[in-house]
Design a binder for this molecule. Structure first.
Ligand SMILES: [Zn+2]
Ligand SMILES: [Zn+2]
Ligand SMILES: [Zn+2]
Length: 229
């Protein structure tokens, strides 16, 4: 259980706000032992507080800059960075812990902000709300062109979700969707066969018979009746 860095009281699951002293705890970056804050403010503004974001360097495989609001502790990632960070910090997960996954979503604190669309820190267009990995329980705000906003505490939740095999589960789900689509595709291509007569003993008289050949059909039918009497 995470504890408040100010008063050491236990923090509610997934919450960065201490119920005792009211301090905001940076639970997201505690797993990342080392990062530096850059002198210059990023030209981007926090979609929650309207204050300039600070660039921080997480030093993952070299320089790894993300933007962070020092006030609400929200994070902004350029496209692909969030996935890269998750892959770099949560490795070697081979099992899916389904009950664990249900558990972290069950105990998750309700969202700290009312449901609303917020603006992209770069272009100020309203971002899309997407459930990360379809079932992670974290609704991220995404601008297709500029990146992803995570509110404070959401990164930690995503890391726990990854550790419990949430990403593997999502990959399985996507694989199943692909298979279903392929199956539907194949069925669609085979559809003309539905209008063809079922193969039967008559086919042994050479090639599939179309019902549009009633005379031939009738003739062969009669011939068989004749020989099998
Ligand atoms: Zn506290
Ligand atoms: Zn903020
Ligand atoms: Zn944008």
């Amino acid at each position: 259980m995470a504890r408040c860095s100010n008063c050491n009281a236990p923090l509610p699951d997934g919450s960065l706000l201490c119920a005792y002293c009211g301090d905001r705890n940076d639970i997201d970056l505690k797993g990342i032992h080392y990062y530096t804050t850059h002198e210059n403010d990023s030209p981007r503004t926090c979609p929650r507080c309207d204050k300039p974001l600070k660039s921080i360097d997480l030093k993952l495989n070299g320089r790894f800059l993300i933007d962070r609001c020092e006030h609400c502790l929200g994070l902004f990632f350029d496209p692909g960075e969030l996935e890269a960070l998750l892959d770099a910090t949560v490795k070697n997960v081979f099992l899916i812990d389904k009950s664990g996954l249900d558990g972290i979503n069950l105990h998750r604190q309700p969202d700290q902000y009312p449901i609303a669309y917020i603006k992209c820190p770069v272009c100020s267009q309203l971002m899309n709300r997407v459930n990360f990995g379809a079932r992670s329980g974290v609704i991220i705000d995404r601008c297709k062109a500029h990146g992803v906003w995570l509110d404070g505490g959401e990164l930690l939740h995503l890391m726990e979700w990854m550790k419990l095999g949430g990403k593997l589960l999502d990959q399985e789900r996507q694989e199943q969707i692909r298979k279903d689509e392929l199956k539907q595709d194949m069925e669609r291509h085979q559809k003309p066969s539905l209008y063809r007569r079922e193969p039967s003993v008559f086919d042994s008289f050479g090639g599939p018979l179309q019902q549009s050949d009633p005379d031939l059909f009738d003739m062969i039918y009669k011939a068989i009746r004749f020989f099998t009497r």
